[in-house]
Design a protein around this ligand. Structure first.
Ligand code: R5P
Length: 305
């Protein structure tokens, strides 16, 4: 049975009934949808910036003397600071326990010291978040190993299910591809759920100066391709893969990623490329984040970490 005394090892069935979802500024739509799926209260943090750029946030509610779920990204840095402030605010307002839902976990790529003199950035962020957390939920965190830095229970959820459901409902996909061997498991997961063949793109050296990518086994000629990846940042990986798949005769190429980071004008470059469709999950909210991860987060909160 959940109680503050056993907050770090809670059982979620007891937890859901008295839950309050607090939406940080990075994840308002996702937090609202989550509260609606769980049938619990939703409170939106009123977050603004002072003229010098510092974060101000306030939760306009008389008290939060329940089990609280904060939904907020830790990317970019301003959102990480807002998360720290929200953790303190909900604690002061009487939260019995605090679960952090971090849809896109920033700093997950910097999980070790690569060169002497560097900090262990993922550990620094995790340890500070852990100070006021009784549980942490992430979605397709870039390096799941990062979660070992938390002492509270953690769970990294896979967006493969929502992505597969989205495209199965709409149809029109023949093959699911990963942009590289490292993402082959994700393509296999999505492809298997959709009942479609899957493969990954491998680099083939054409000459001393030319390297191309092509599917390791499957012929893409005349096929409708779905490329799945965890992150799109500059879009460079996907744009290069798409033009080569089209050269090999692919009928269409659509990309779906979990986290649409889209640095600079990446989304414009992607939509202006040979791609036939760009979609991402709502871990980062933007104009193409139409695939919701709220149902898998709600299921996890219902069943426990
Ligand atoms: C790499 O490990 C990731 O899975 C993505 O493939 C990568 O971050 C994509 O980056 P970009 O969009 O800048 O090519």
């Amino acid at each position: 049975m959940f109680s503050p005394a056993c907050a770090r090892y809670f059982i979620a069935e007891a937890f859901v009934g008295d839950m309050i979802v607090v939406g940080g500024s990075s994840s308002r739509d996702l937090a609202k949808e989550l509260a609606s799926l769980l049938g619990c209260a939703y409170v939106q943090a009123a977050t603004t910036r002072f003229p010098d750029g510092e974060c101000y946030t306030r939760i306009d509610s008389p008290a939060l003397e329940d089990d609280v779920v904060i939904v907020q990204n830790t990317y970019p840095d301003g959102n990480l600071i807002e998360m720290f402030l929200l953790q303190d605010a909900v604690k002061r307002m009487g939260a019995k326990s605090i679960v952090l839902v971090i849809p896109y976990f920033g700093y997950a790529r910097q999980d070790r010291v690569f060169r002497p003199g560097e900090p262990e950035s993922a550990k620094v962020m995790s340890q500070r978040l852990d100070m006021l957390a009784d549980g942490v939920i992430t979605v397709d965190i870039h390096k799941p190993d990062v979660l070992r830095f938390f002492t509270c229970p953690t769970r990294d959820l896979r967006a493969a299910g929502p992505i597969a459901d989205y495209f199965s409902e709409r149809g029109g996909i023949d093959i699911v591809l990963a942009p590289d061997l490292g993402a082959a498991g994700r393509a296999a997961d999505v492809g298997t759920r959709m009942g479609k063949p899957h493969d990954y793109l491998e680099k083939v050296r054409i000459s001393g100066t030319e390297v191309r990518v092509k599917p390791a086994e499957i012929d893409v000629a005349g096929k409708n391709i779905l490329i799945v990846d965890d992150i799109i940042a500059t879009g460079g990986t996907i744009i290069a893969a798409t033009s080569q798949l089209k050269e090999e005769g692919a009928a269409s190429v659509t990309v779906a990623c979990t986290h649409g980071v889209f640095v600079s004008n990446a989304l414009e470059r992607l939509t202006g490329s040979l791609l036939d469709g760009v979609l991402c999950c709502n871990t980062l909210e933007n104009e193409v984040s139409h695939i919701s991860v709220a149902p898998i987060i709600a299921d996890t909160l219902r069943s426990g970490l």
